[in-house]
Design a protein around this ligand. Structure first.
Ligand SMILES: [Fe+2]
Length: 352
């Protein structure tokens, strides 16, 4: 074999192997789901989900199956990888629903033509305007607040105010944050660009960088670092603290709601939309509507200590104790529209 044909053979084998892993994983999950529930022939059909949200989804989907007879099959991956997969599969995709954990990625999926608009009074009634696509291609289902966390022995909450104020040199060597590569960081920066413009946002990032934050690519590990004394202040999603407090009510980290005298705390969503080539569209719509209903919201949000997107539903007691807060009212689609600029600013400011 010459070099080119060797390369083509290798590339083919790698592709075949990757597809094999995907297929076996997808169908294994599917079989587990159908094994534990009624078989598809006795049911009202199926719905296939590509979900980046992997926290506690099984019990939520099982409750939906129980109520409707529709079997849920799902496969997990990151927001970006699942989006690429739907794109590559085109009109042959088995995915009916794309569930993401960042609004920026939902916006990108819609922008790339991977989703389709739905007409649903239930969804538009249950989900506030700023948490869904203006063309109803995607809907937020749970809210996560990316806010400031601190160790109460080393920080007086009166010293805290905004994300921007963490650029002050008094926080030199005291911060723990998520790297620039993570969508959570990019969406937070996108919200600062929307609030103050690019120049000011870049100045803030430069200030953070000058404070030499410890960058950790896991919100849980960031909070453990705070607890262990490796940092005094951090930015994470609120539900990671909810989980740690559930396991240990004495976990020594507190929530501070950021930017309360300004645009409000940065909210992101987990949410989903129906794919453009969904093979089980009616079932997919039924599931999204159910997830937005009080019953679905309670299960879906509580399984991860998130705030329900539906304002009629009360949050889990652990996070209700964090207290009320003002949320940034921005339409979350902006995180997608501004994602490329956010990545550019983070890079230019030397935030890795
Ligand atoms: Fe998360």
């Amino acid at each position: 074999m010459n070099k080119t044909s060797k390369f083509i053979t290798m590339a083919f084998l790698i592709l075949a192997f990757a597809l094999g892993i995907f297929a076996s994983y997808f169908f294994r999950i599917g079989n587990e789901a159908t094994d534990s529930m009624a078989g598809p022939e006795e049911t009202k059909g199926i719905v296939n989900i590509y979900t980046a949200r992997h926290y506690g989804v099984e019990q939520v989907f099982a409750a939906f199956t129980e109520e409707t007879g529709i079997v849920v099959r799902f496969t997990t991956g990151s927001d970006a990888i699942l989006r690429e997969r739907i794109k590559a599969e085109g009109k042959f995709t088995p995915a009916d629903i794309y569930l993401a954990v960042d609004a920026g990625n939902l916006w990108l999926a819609a922008e790339e033509g991977l989703l389709s608009p739905v007409v649903s009074a239930a969804l538009t009634d249950n989900i506030p305007n700023n948490m869904r696509d203006p063309e109803n291609q995607w809907f937020g289902l749970t809210k996560r607040v990316r806010t400031i966390l601190y160790h109460p022995d080393r920080v007086n909450p009166e010293e805290l105010s905004t994300y921007e104020a963490l650029a002050d040199s008094k926080w030199q060597g005291r911060l723990a944050m998520r790297p620039a590569t993570h969508a959570y960081t990019q969406s937070l920066v996108a919200s600062m660009i929307a609030a103050h413009g690019e120049a000011r946002a870049k100045e803030v990032i430069q200030g953070w960088v000058a404070n030499q934050p410890t960058l950790i690519d896991s919100d849980t590990r960031i909070l453990e670092t705070l607890a262990a004394g490796g940092a005094d202040v951090a930015i994470t999603n609120h539900y990671y603290l909810g989980r740690l407090l559930e396991a240990n009510p004495a976990f020594p980290v507190r929530v501070f709601w950021a930017n309360q005298d300004e645009q409000g705390a940065h909210i992101n969503i987990s949410g989903g939309g129906i794919t453009a080539h969904s093979p089980n569209r009616e079932n997919a719509l039924r599931l999204l509507e159910w997830l937005s209903s009080p019953q679905g919201q309670k299960l879906f949000a509580d399984s991860n200590h998130e705030f329900p997107a539906n304002p009629a539903v009360l949050p889990h007691p652990i996070i209700a104790e964090f207290g009320n807060f003002v949320a940034d009212p921005i339409n979350m689609g902006e995180f997608g529209r501004l994602q490329a600029v956010a990545i550019k600013l983070l890079d230019e400011a030397g935030y890795r």
